[in-house]
Design a protein around this ligand. Structure first.
Ligand code: CAA
Length: 285
């Protein structure tokens, strides 16, 4: 197993900032990169605010939060990641963007560096094919909100080596997460199950089976889920949910994965969920 001391995180959005926070609090040195200065600054301020909130709530002491903060280095050049042992990419869920990033990282990083993606649905095997080190590429799929959710779904691409996968597992476990191993087939394990459930909830609404509130109450109180499926879809982003359903539909070719027309229509209307202020519910943004 390779030793991991320095982790690069690409993308300071919702997922990247959470991964960076958990990594610095687990003793790793972290270089946080974002292509946009504004996004990078927002990510760093968010982490700082979360660390302070934890002090106020008595989750950790001031010294531990300060030590964690000192391990975080925001960087504006991708080339700065050349000192990393592991890079976790959490950029936009877009194939072309991810392929470019991995091809660049492959040039920048030394041969021992493991390149992981937080993708929720893009093939790890295909991402790895953009590098000269497919044995050192794996999926490391964190859940949102990262500091709260206990799972990391590990995805083994066709060429991922046993050593790479063991290293990624050990790193996730050092971050306090439970690691499960999934094959690199459309949707992996989490979204293969979660997204059809969400899509079915949208169909239930579309077919007038019950109101959005009642569908969510049914699943919250009837099956002890912390959020109903429609509220969860808003939380994840309806565009993301639709994109993942399309990956399942295309990748598995079964009509049971057909995205609900109402989900498509909401996305066309710009109703992306919580982040846009409106999805199945309305939000103050
Ligand atoms: N970052 C860090 N911490 C956060 C947070 C965030 N963005 N949002 C909430 N929290 C923390 C709060 O600080 C609070 O911590 P303490 O209990 O220590 O004070 C705790 O989470 C609970 O928060 P709240 O009391 O504000 O709210 P809640 O009890 O309603 O919980 C929730 C909010 C954790 C989001 C909960 O509703 C939940 O677990 N929902 C389901 C989330 C889920 O299923 N996520 C997976 C989505 S799928 C995915 O990510 C993968 C994919 O590919 C699509």
């Amino acid at each position: 197993m390779s030793e991991i001391k320095t982790i690069g995180v690409i993308g300071a959005g919702q997922m990247g900032r959470g991964i960076a926070q958990v990594a610095i609090q687990s003793g790793y040195d972290v270089l946080l990169f974002d292509a946009f200065t504004d996004g990078l600054n927002k990510g760093v301020s968010f982490i700082q605010a979360q660390l302070n909130k934890g002090i106020e709530k008595g989750k950790w002491d001031k010294a531990a939060a300060e030590a964690a903060q000192a391990r975080l280095r925001p960087v504006e050049e991708l080339t700065a990641l050349k000192i990393c042992d592991l890079v976790v990419e959490a950029a936009t869920e877009n194939k072309a963007i991810k392929f470019d990033i991995f091809a660049e990282l492959d040039k920048i990083c030394p041969p021992h560096t493991i390149l992981a993606s937080n993708t929720s649905s893009i093939s790890i095997t295909e991402i790895a094919a953009n590098t000269s080190r497919p044995d050192k590429v794996a999926g490391m799929h964190f859940m949102n909100p990262v500091p709260v959710m206990k799972l990391v779904e590990g995805i083994k691409g066709l060429e991922t080596s046993a050593d790479t996968f063991a290293t990624v597992r050990a790193t996730a476990e050092k971050m306090g997460k439970t690691f499960i191993a999934a094959r690199d087939i459309a949707g992996f394990a989490v979204n293969r199950i979660l997204m059809p459930m969400i899509n079915e909830a949208v169909y239930a609404l579309y077919e007038g089976i019950a109101s959005a509130e009642d569908i969510d109450t049914a699943m919250k109180l009837g099956t002890n889920q912390p959020m109903g499926p429609l509220a969860l879809a808003d939380f994840i982003g309806l565009d993301t949910c639709l994109a993942i359903m399309e990956v399942l539909h295309d990748g598995l070719g079964d009509t049971k994965y057909r995205p609900c027309p109402l989900l498509k229509q909401y996305v066309l209307a710009g109703r992306m969920g919580k982040k846009s202020g409106k999805g199945f519910y309305e939000y103050n943004v």
